[in-house]
Design a binder for this molecule. Structure first.
Ligand code: SAM
Length: 452
C-alpha cells in the first residue's frame, strides 16, 4: 500500500537536518516491513536466532528475515524475546555512552513505559539496578505488568502514576527516560492509522504536553543524573524545540553521543546547542525516531529514605517459599495480603519509599502463598530468574505448549502427581498441577492466546 504523507508534515520538515524529501517519500511508498526483536539475555534465547542479522547498535537486537506468528510461538510468551522496532533499541547505545557500563546499584525511571519495550531493555541493561516502569493510563499499565512479568526480572517496579506524582521524589533517580507520547509520524509505516490522526494542531498539543511531563519529572532526577528524551516524531516542535525548552528552563547540559558514522544516524544540534539523533527510514533499517541525552547539573542527591515496616512471613512460610527459589542471600521476603513477595534486600527502603508515594502495581517477584503445609506458586515465579532449577519440569511439545497457552485442557502421560513447571524447549511457560485423573492448567486467564 502507498502511504500518503500529510503535505503539512513534509513542508514542516524542509529545513530539518537530514530530511531528504524524495528519499523519505519513496521509503514510505515502498513501505518495507521490517521485523526486529530483542532477545532476553537472562533467558538466553539467542541460539534460535542464527538466521537473523544483528542490529548494529544493540547487542541483543536482531532483524528477522520475515515476520513469524509471534502469537503462536511459545518462546515469545516465555519472555525469551521482545518484538521491538530497531531504531528505538538505540537507547542501548545512549546508555553505554552516557551512563557507562558495569555501573551497579542505579535507580532508573522509565516514565512513559507501556507497553514496556524500553523498560525491558532497561531491565537487561541495568541488571544490577532498580527500574521503575511507570504508565499513567491504567489500562495500558496492565499490558506493562504483563510484559515485565514475562521478561522475568526481579528488579522492576511497575507504577501507575501521573508524571507530577514524581516531583515529590526529590533527587531519587540516577537515570530518567522520557519516551514521550507524541504525534507518531515516525511510525506511519507500522501504523497506517497514525497518518489520518496526524495534524499540525496535534503536534503543538504534544509539544506542550512534552514540556509539562519534563517539568513534572525533573525534580526527581539527582544532580549529575542522566535524562534521556525520545519520541517517534519527526517534528522539530517535539524534538529539537523540546531540547531547547529543556536547557532554557532547567539546569541540564547536553551530551554528544557520537554514533558510528556507518549507522547513518543524523546528529542534529538545536538552536541553543543541544545534540539530538534522528533516525530516518530512508537512511537506516528501522522507523522514525529521535533521541537525546542530558546531564543534570543541579538538584538534590537524596539517598536516605525512612523505611516503615513490612509484614514478614512466619518461619514456616519462609521455609516453604524458599524451597521454590534459588539460594540467594540477598533476597528479602515480605507478605502482601496472602502472597509472599521477594525483593532484593538492598532495595527494601527504596521500595517502601516508592510505596509511600506512588501507586505500585508490581514490585519484585510474587512467589506464592502458603495454604496449610502446601505452597501455591504464582505465575510470576515461573517466569522469573529466581526459580529454583530443581523444581520438577514437564517439557511440552509445541502443540501442547500452545494448548497450554490457550488455557485448554492438557493430556499428559506423566504420573508423578503435584505441581510442575510446563516448559517448551526448556523455557518456563507456567504452572500445571498433575492430579489423579486430570491436569490443572494454571496459565493466567487474562493472558491466554485467544486465537485458534
Ligand atoms: N516506552 C514505551 C515502549 O518502549 O514500549 C512506549 C511509550 S509511548 C511512546 C508513550 C506512553 O506515554 C504511552 O504509553 C502513553 O499512554 C503515555 N502517556 C500518554 N499521556 C501521558 C502523559 N500525559 N504523561 C505521561 N505519559 C503519558
Amino acid at each position: 500500500m502507498h502511504l500518503q504523507i500529510p503535505k503539512a508534515l513534509i513542508d514542516s520538515l524542509q529545513n530539518v537536518k537530514g530530511f531528504d524529501e524524495d528519499a523519505f517519500v519513496k521509503a514510505h511508498e515502498q513501505n518495507e516491513a521490517i521485523t526486529s526483536i530483542r532477545y532476553n539475555p537472562a533467558k538466553s534465547a539467542i541460539d534460535n536466532l542464527q538466521s537473523a542479522i544483528n542490529i548494529p547498535w544493540c547487542p541483543h537486537g536482531f532483524y528477522l528475515p520475515e515476520r513469524p506468528s509471534f502469537t503462536f510461538d511459545p518462546l515469545f510468551h516465555a519472555g525469551t524475546y521482545y518484538v521491538q522496532e530497531a531504531s528505538s533499541m538505540f537507547l542501548w547505545q545512549m546508555l553505554k555512552q552516557t551512563v557507562g557500563e558495569n555501573l551497579s546499584g542505579l535507580k532508573v525511571l522509565d516514565l512513559c513505559a507501556a507497553p514496556g519495550g524500553k523498560s525491558t531493555l532497561l531491565a537487561s541493561y541495568f541488571k544490577d539496578g532498580l527500574i521503575v516502569a511507570n504508565e499513567v493510563i491504567r489500562s495500558r499499565a496492565n499490558i506493562l505488568v504483563e510484559n515485565i512479568t514475562k521478561w522475568g526480572s526481579e528488579n522492576v517496579v511497575v507504577t501507575n502514576n501521573d508524571p507530577k506524582d514524581f516531583s515529590k521524589l526529590k533527587g531519587f533517580f540516577d537515570v530518567i527516560l522520557i519516551d514521550a507520547p507524541c504525534s507518531g509520524s515516525g511510525l506511519f509505516r507500522k501504523d497506517n492509522d497514525a497518518i489520518n490522526e496526524w495534524s499540525e494542531e496535534n503536534v503543538i498539543l504534544c509539544s506542550r504536553r512534552q514540556q509539562r511531563i519534563a517539568a513534572d519529572v525533573l525534580p526527581s532526577l539527582k544532580e549529575d543524573g542522566i535524562l534521556i528524551y525520545s519520541t517517534c516524531s519527526y517534528s522539530k516542535q517535539e524534538d529539537e524545540d523540546i531540547l531547547d525548552w529543556m536547557i532554557s528552563n532547567h539546569q541540564l547540559s547536553t551530551i554528544n553521543c557520537q554514533p558510528n558514522e556507518e549507522w547513518n544516524i543524523v546528529e542534529t544540534v538545536s538552536e541553543k546547542g543541544a545534540f539530538g539523533y534522528r533516525f530516518y527510514p530512508d537512511k537506516i533499517k528501522g522507523e522514525g525516531f529521535f533521541i537525546a541525552a542530558f546531564k543534570k547539573t543541579d538538584g538534590e542527591t537524596g539517598d536516605s529514605y525512612f523505611s516503615t515496616s513490612f509484614v514478614i512471613p512466619s518461619k514456616h512460610e519462609s521455609a516453604l517459599a524458599k524451597e521454590w527459589i534459588k539460594e540467594d542471600d540477598g533476597l528479602f521476603l515480605f507478605k502482601q495480603n496472602e502472597k509472599i513477595i521477594a525483593i532484593e534486600e538492598r532495595w527494601k527502603n527504596d521500595i517502601v519509599f516508592l510505596q509511600n508515594n506512588l501507586y505500585l502495581r508490581k514490585a519484585g517477584v510474587a512467589l506464592g502463598s502458603v495454604k496449610g503445609n502446601d505452597f501455591v506458586p504464582e505465575h510470576e515465579l515461573a517466569l522469573s530468574s529466581l526459580m529454583n532449577d530443581k523444581i520438577r519440569k514437564v517439557e511440552l511439545t509445541k502443540e501442547q505448549a500452545i494448548q497450554y497457552l490457550q488455557k485448554k485442557e492438557l493430556v499428559l502421560e506423566d504420573d508423578i502427581k503435584g505441581w510442575a513447571l510446563a516448559t517448551y524447549l526448556d523455557k518456563n511457560l507456567g504452572w500445571i498441577k498433575i492430579l489423579h485423573n486430570r491436569v490443572n492448567n494454571y496459565y493466567p486467564k487474562e493472558w491466554r492466546i485467544l486465537k485458534d
